[in-house]
Ligand binder design. Sequence first.
Ligand SMILES: [Zn+2]
Length: 466
Amino acid sequence: MKIKLQVIIETDDGQMETIQEVAHLERGCLQPAELGLTLVEAKTLLEGVQRAMVDEQIAEYLAGQAACSHCGKKRLHKGAHAIVYRSLFGKLKLHSPRLFHCGCEPQLSRTFSPLTELLKERTAPELFYLEAKFSALVSYGVTAKLLEEVLPVGHEINSATTRNHALKIGERMESALGDEQVLFIKGCERDWEKLPRPDLPLMVGIDGGYVHSSEQTSRTNSWFKVIVGKSITAEGSSKCFGFVNCHDLKPKRRLFELLKSQGMQMNQQVTFLSDGGDTVRELKLYLNPQAEHLLDWFHITMRLTVMKQFAKGLGAENCEARVSALKELESIKWYLWHGNVFEALEHIGYMEMEADGEIITGACAGKLRKALDELHTYIERNQAMIPNSGERWRSGEAISSAFVESAVNQVISKRMVKKQQMRWSKRGAHLLLQVRTKVLNEELRETFDRWYPNSHREAARVEKAA
Ligand SMILES: [Zn+2]
């Protein structure tokens, strides 16, 4: 059989009808692979349908520009040039005429190109959308291959253009985010009291991860830090965020907007749990008057567990020291769990004295000493953030953001550190993180709809369903 595919375009008033042939298909004796459309046919069809549509749309648009909108006099032509527009369904070469402005009104220039002015971006929003979405999930190269395989995008799509486009979207998100502020707390206590009763506390876990740098200048800076976190409402809905700390100019704004989008009010309690690093501590300040900043129990217990392993490894020859170290570590954990930093530091001190006084041998002794030293500094520096976890735990309050570990994994590991050879510039990593978190939070489509309003995007689906 022969299948002829045509596009019929009717003008709004029903006066004109254009018929364009798009493709001819042939089918013989039915083979499984010949039922319906092949990928190549589908791509040809899509490209053809769009071409026919675009021709008419452009013709209609330019016809509307042919005469002066003020006096109706025909505008004169001053030549034309071709513009290239990249869409999901092929590269379009469009004929863009240059017209003289009518003399009936004063104008800034003598001529103008209506189509060039209409299509300021030479890439279709839908192409931007898919490039950004898939780049957030898989590599730029795979994204380009995927789009090329399933859509008639043309052969010019490659990992470099995909990367450029995805980062451009990231940049646009960045400029849509308001300026950084020192203080985000608005109003005063009396205003906050008038606010409606807030939801239960928001819990924000913040942690860091490392990605491989492409801007390495010495052996020590081959990695850079990425801050990642997750914010969870009492109902359990969560959103993640991420940024490259040494590149980001508005981390507080970022976090503030995220919490606001989750309904944060100034009279609502927000609990921040972190590992207590300096950057993180600084970042969280001034976001909310009811904020409490706590050292994540998860990070304390991780350190103690590692130290316990070292203590166990002290060996039979250090039996006495081993028993004593394990006992002390238990005490330190107990005091920290109850928020008794003073006693915990005392016991860390005892352990340090013991370690100095005795002659303990073996690799584990050295490691234990080093870890003890680090724990001392860590607890001392973060003592203001160590709560009575036992009490919090009994009353059902958050003590640990172990869930952030999965956020680190979800936000950066899967896309950015899976392969050792993946190297990132700080800017590239930061911008891609913005796109990636939008995708993970399921907000990318919404963002695009805001940027490119299109009343027909959903209409087709609705019509088909009806
Ligand atoms: Zn005129």
